[in-house]
Design a protein around this ligand. Structure first.
Ligand SMILES: *[C@@H]1O[C@H](CO)[C@@H](O)[C@H](O)[C@H]1NC(C)=O
Ligand SMILES: *[C@@H]1O[C@H](CO)[C@@H](O)[C@H](O)[C@H]1NC(C)=O
Ligand SMILES: *[C@@H]1O[C@H](CO)[C@@H](O)[C@H](O)[C@H]1NC(C)=O
Ligand SMILES: *[C@@H]1O[C@H](CO)[C@@H](O)[C@H](O)[C@H]1NC(C)=O
Ligand SMILES: *[C@@H]1O[C@H](CO)[C@@H](O)[C@H](O)[C@H]1NC(C)=O
Ligand SMILES: *[C@@H]1O[C@H](CO)[C@@H](O)[C@H](O)[C@H]1NC(C)=O
Ligand SMILES: *[C@@H]1O[C@H](CO)[C@@H](O)[C@H](O)[C@H]1NC(C)=O
Ligand SMILES: *[C@@H]1O[C@H](CO)[C@@H](O)[C@H](O)[C@H]1NC(C)=O
Ligand SMILES: *[C@@H]1O[C@H](CO)[C@@H](O)[C@H](O)[C@H]1NC(C)=O
Ligand SMILES: *[C@@H]1O[C@H](CO)[C@@H](O)[C@H](O)[C@H]1NC(C)=O
Length: 520
């Protein structure tokens, strides 16, 4: 006997949520479609433990494999920026071989603190050769110390490294030098006096970046190596302000080819409790990014590229129960694709060793990333759920190097959608249902039915779909992308790829806390 759904619902009094949306999907890219960079998903690595990412005697095979999984989808490995907070605590020494770091003691809030000082030698930069061939890099130099001699020593060692036979033959390429990380925070962290403003920043930066650019042999923004500008933490200093103060007319300012700003949606520096559900929100994902619109426009008006040069969910290495969960992978997909529609060319997700928000844990961990408790047995290198978000994004981007994106208007406060175009034609779309389905959720998992309303022509027949499956938003493991798990010892996927057929005239169902990618 077939019982009508409405009768079941009444009988067992479950709040069955039946929602359906018609999504208008253009068959050709509308004006305003943005180009999708093959390195939209890139990484920023904290400078102190850089050798753990690359390996020292031989390459870190796990990291290499995890990066190649991304490269396989877009044809390009993610760009790697090495820098961040420890960039301004790094000193070059001709007597150090690789690096010598001093770390403060760990605690429950910060199980893996950043080094307070890092002293590096020539071989430190030469480790770049262990990244996948074709990786393009950005290296940070110390502006915090305001020491021109040290900054010049650092950049000379960087340039020298990229001229060694081992690095040149590795196919890893230096693109950018960043002089100083988050200088807008220097007045708070003791690197400059408390009355230091953006008006002092500009001449101060010129006084260090000038000799750095000269020592690096940088001549203008179109050369093989150029400068990354700004790299501000918040909106204490803005690209618009430094443009107005004439930075781009200075000698090193003429070497700036890209403007970087940083963004975290919250901060866990002193701990605190952050609801995961507040991140699984279409509206706050958008409001965290649209604050940059005026700076993006001003940067493009100068003919410069704009990137989110350091980002992730929650500053100070992430928050437990949020940054390390499956739900944050859905946040990452919507956040990254939204950024691309706003004209941000790349998003560099910040990583360290043992950080809660890492996509990749590069080495064996002996202490919990959550509370510093001992891990027995230790946890070998692995990927965290957010890593899968990058797989979904890179699948949408594809491998032509010239795909374009628009956001689709989805009339549901929890569901977002994006379409990708190649050669003037619709090729793929992704839909993300951010409605949180938690381990504590009860009843029937809600689902949204999506119907496609094609515009600019008609489209019928079948498409194929691949799903990013999550049991609960607050799970910290056990997710799959297209039927495959990447939670393996090698970093290579296990299982075979699962594709389903979608009848275009019938649309598809998208359960809460799930994403689906459609190949048209
Ligand atoms: C979607 O469009 C179809 C056909 O125009 C219409 O019958 C249906 O009511 C629409 N559904 C929604 C949720 O707007
Ligand atoms: C600046 O750096 C150089 C080279 O590392 C060092 O010899 C010098 O003492 C530093 N100056 C100051 C003021 O710290
Ligand atoms: C900042 O304060 C210092 C004293 O702490 C003073 O010498 C300096 O002139 C001030 N700079 C500006 C720009 O006000
Ligand atoms: C750099 O290249 C751009 C685009 O090709 C060109 O418009 C610009 O004049 C060049 N700038 C310099 C300083 O050579
Ligand atoms: C950024 O996102 C967080 C988490 O969703 C939210 O709490 C915060 O209000 C957002 N900030 C802005 C400026 O939108
Ligand atoms: C964990 O212990 C192993 C073996 O002693 C060591 O090689 C590794 O570096 C340690 N991991 C961390 C993050 O300290
Ligand atoms: C969007 O959905 C709401 C109900 O959730 C409905 O009232 C409204 O008409 C819909 N708007 C469009 C453009 O379909
Ligand atoms: C969106 O998700 C929230 C929970 O975050 C839920 O309360 C709300 O009903 C959902 N909205 C729709 C339209 O399903
Ligand atoms: C993953 O799934 C396995 C097997 O179902 C289970 O034992 C394990 O607890 C799960 N891990 C997490 C972190 O959810
Ligand atoms: C289209 O998909 C449906 C449902 O999966 C399937 O039954 C049907 O055979 C497919 N048609 C074609 C032409 O592949």
């Amino acid at each position: 006997m077939i019982v009508p759904l409405s009768i079941i619902a009444t009988a067992i009094a479950l709040p069955i949520i039946v929602t359906a949306v018609n999504v208008s999907v253009p068959l050709a890219p509308p004006s305003g479609a943005q180009t999708l960079s093959p390195t939209l998903v890139s990484f920023s690595i904290e400078q102190d433990n850089w050798p753990d990412w690359t390996g020292t005697d031989s390459r870190n095979e796990f990291v290499h494999t995890a990066l190649l999984n991304y490269a396989a989808l877009t044809g390009h490995p993610p760009n790697i920026r090495v820098g961040a907070n420890s960039e301004d605590h790094t000193f070059f020494s001709p007597t150090v071989t690789i690096n010598e770091d001093q770390f403060p003691p760990p605690n429950t809030v910060t199980p893996y603190p950043e080094a307070s000082t890092i002293t590096v030698g020539d071989e430190y930069y030469q480790l770049s050769r262990f990244l996948p061939s074709g990786t393009h890099m950005t290296w940070g130099v110390n502006f915090g110390a305001d020491n021109v001699t040290n900054a010049v020593n650092m950049v000379k060692s960087i340039i020298k490294a990229f001229k060694t036979p081992s690095v040149t033959s590795s196919g890893v390429v230096l693109d950018l030098i960043e002089v100083g990380n988050e200088a807008d925070l220097y007045k708070n962290n003791g690197l400059r006096p408390s009355n230091w403003t953006v008006n002092q920043y500009v001449p101060d930066w010129i006084s260090v970046a000038g000799p750095v650019a000269q020592a690096a042999g940088i001549t203008g923004r179109n050369g093989s190596v150029s400068l990354q500008g700004a790299a501000f933490a918040g909106q204490g200093f803005t690209p618009r302000q430094i443009f107005n103060l004439g930075i781009l007319n200075s000698a090193p300012g003429k070497d700036i080819s890209v403007i970087s700003q940083h963004r975290y949606s919250a901060a866990f520096c002193d701990g605190g409790s952050f609801p995961l559900v507040s991140f699984m929100s279409k509206s706050t994902i958008r409001s965290n990014l649209t604050i940059f619109n005026a700076d993006i426009a001003a940067t493009h008006a100068q003919g410069l590229r704009y990137i989110l040069g350091e980002t992730n969910s929650i500053a100070c290495h992430g928050a437990p129960g949020v940054s390390n969960t499956a739900g944050i992978a859905l946040w990452m997909i919507d956040y990254t694709l939204q950024a691309s529609t706003l004209g941000m060319e790349q998003a560099f997700f910040h990583e360290g060793v043992g950080y809660k928000y890492n996509f990749i844990q590069p080495i064996t961990l002996n202490r919990s990333i959550i509370d510093n408790s001992p891990l027995n047995p230790p946890q070998p290198p692995h990927v965290q759920p957010v890593y899968y978000g990058g797989l979904v994004v890179n699948t949408l981007v594809g491998s032509t190097g010239s795909s374009r994106i628009v956001e689709l208007s989805v009339n549901d406060s929890n569901v977002s959608g994006y379409a990708a175009f190649e050669g003037g034609k619709l090729v793929r779309a992704v839909f993300i249902n951010l409605h949180p389905w938690l381990a504590s959720s009860t009843g029937t998992r809600p689902s949204v039915h999506i119907d496609f309303a094609f515009t600019g022509g008609s489209k019928s027949g079948n498409a194929t779909a691949r799903r990013f499956l999550i049991q609960h938003a607050d799970d910290t493991a056990n997710v799959t992308w297209a039927g495959q798990s990447f939670e393996t010892a090698s970093g290579l996927p296990s299982g075979s790829v699962v594709r389903e057929s979608v009848v275009l005239s019938k649309g598809l169902d998208l359960p809460a806390t799930e994403a689906v990618l459609v190949d048209f």
